[in-house]
Design a protein around this ligand. Structure first.
Ligand SMILES: [Zn+2]
Length: 128
């Protein structure tokens, strides 16, 4: 593994949903202003599917979809916390909620994303 990368653990409040992933030790996060991210104060860390491993049973996860249905919002069926999900912006990656990571990586930068105007703003975060 890349020496600048480390393994991290994340999950929901009740720990029924747990996952591990590898990531750089200093990361860029995305803060989105859309009507689903803003109320949750969700801080996005984009992690390629290949660097992510779900440790718990998929049966503990509830999926919520709306609009184009390209995003899959995952919630713990028990405690309701959204610790990661499949974003519409990065179809080959998951977005992990930075606030759901145990001993999280350091923050290099927080990029503001105008998710309320998704199509217009997509280029701002495409290559993160
Ligand atoms: Zn839970």
């Amino acid at each position: 593994m890349d020496i600048l990368k480390k393994k991290y653990l994340g999950g929901c409040h009740c720990k029924k949903v747990l996952f591990e992933f590898s990531s750089l030790i200093k990361v860029k996060l995305i803060k989105c202003n859309c009507t689903i991210c803003k109320p949750l104060r969700y801080l996005h860390l984009i992690i390629p599917h290949k660097d992510f491993k779900l440790l718990s049973d998929i049966k503990y996860i509830q999926t919520y979809q709306f609009g184009t249905k390209k995003a899959k919002h995952f919630f713990c069926k028990f405690c309701g916390i959204k610790s990661f999900y499949q974003p519409r912006s990065h179809q080959n990656a998951y977005s992990i909620n930075y606030n759901s990571i145990k001993n999280p990586p350091k923050i290099n930068q927080i990029i503001k994303f105008d998710g309320s105007n998704f199509e217009k703003s997509l280029n701002d975060i495409k290559f993160i």
